[in-house]
Design a protein around this ligand. Structure first.
Ligand SMILES: Nc1ncnc2c1ncn2[C@@H]1O[C@H](COP(=O)(O)OP(=O)(O)OP(=O)(O)O)[C@@H](O)[C@H]1O
Ligand SMILES: [Mg+2]
Length: 256
């Protein structure tokens, strides 16, 4: 099963035939096999799958943190397999540096890339209100709530200036109220900044609210098993969202 966009759109990022194995406790285990995936400019794709099925490993391959055993990754048709720093990546356990304040944390990717700090500061000043952080510019992480910390981490990822942003369960640690507020905010900001996003989440409701497309992943080895084109479904009321969630849960049962 290929995880591909519904229409013949302008493909931005593409993975072809990815395979990844890990050597663990004296044996090789294939975590991902024959994984094909594409995402178009401006698309929001969520990946849902059981714990351990290989979602984070897939994002790590896209981000170049690990290299595939076989298969290639293309960004605008250029082979970027194994290259870091080209995609914005917010890992599952993203941590802000406790000794740096909000602005200093957000500036890290610019400093790592030896970028223009003055231009970046100007951009950050413009974006702090967009990210709801204008009153927290000089706060340190311990002075921020969980939701604010995630906003800082998201703005830091955005400052990578990448054409695709990979988010690995960015809202998982938040209470349900903060989480739903941030989901709404993320939906708005994705439109405002015209972002292309791959989001890993365990939350089906979150995926339905945010995505143009949902890709289901099964494990042993990890592969995409079902693609759900949300963008073609139009505006859904609560009953339609609930019915879709029930369908997705049934797909999981069927696909293991
Ligand atoms: N560096 C590694 N060495 C050995 N095994 C690994 C390594 N990284 C991941 N794995 C194994 O690969 C499998 C997939 O891990 P991965 O973190 O991609 O799962 P996941 O789908 O993101 O799970 P979760 O939803 O719990 O975050 C797991 O069995 C994990 O133990
Ligand atoms: Mg994970």
């Amino acid at each position: 099963m290929n995880a591909l966009p519904p229409n013949n759109c302008n493909i931005l990022l593409e993975a072809k035939g990815l395979k990844k194995s890990f050597f663990f406790r004296n044996s090789m285990s294939t975590v991902l096999e024959a994984v094909d995936f594409s995402i178009c400019h401006g698309e929001f794709v969520s990946i849902i799958g059981a714990s351990g099925c290989g979602k984070s490993t897939f994002l790590e391959l896209l981000a170049g943190i690990t290299k595939p055993d076989s298969g290639r990754i293309y960004l605008e048709k250029a082979d970027i397999t194994g290259q870091t720093g080209l995609l914005g990546y917010m890992p599952q356990d993203d941590l802000l540096f406790p000794w740096l304040n909000t602005i200093q944390n957000i500036l890290i990717p610019v400093k790592v890339k030896n970028g223009d700090i003055i231009a970046a500061r100007k951009k950050i000043d413009e974006l702090l209100p967009v990210f709801g952080l204008e009153n927290h510019a000089t706060h340190f992480p311990h002075q921020l709530s969980g939701g604010l910390k995630q906003r800082v981490a998201l703005l830091r990822t955005y400052m990578c200036n990448a054409s695709v942003i990979l988010l690995d369960e960015p809202l998982a640690s938040l209470d349900s109220l903060t989480r739903s507020q941030l989901q709404n905010w993320l939906k708005d900001i994705v439109k405002l900044l015209n972002l292309t996003i791959i989001l890993v989440t365990h939350d089906i409701d979150e995926a339905i609210v945010l995505s143009d497309r949902i890709e289901l992943m099964s494990g042993h080895p990890g592969r995409f098993t079902k693609s759900i084109d949300i963008s073609s479904m139009g505006k859904m009321d609560i009953a339609a969202k609930h019915a879709l969630k029930t369908d997705i849960q049934a797909m999981f049962r069927d696909n293991g």
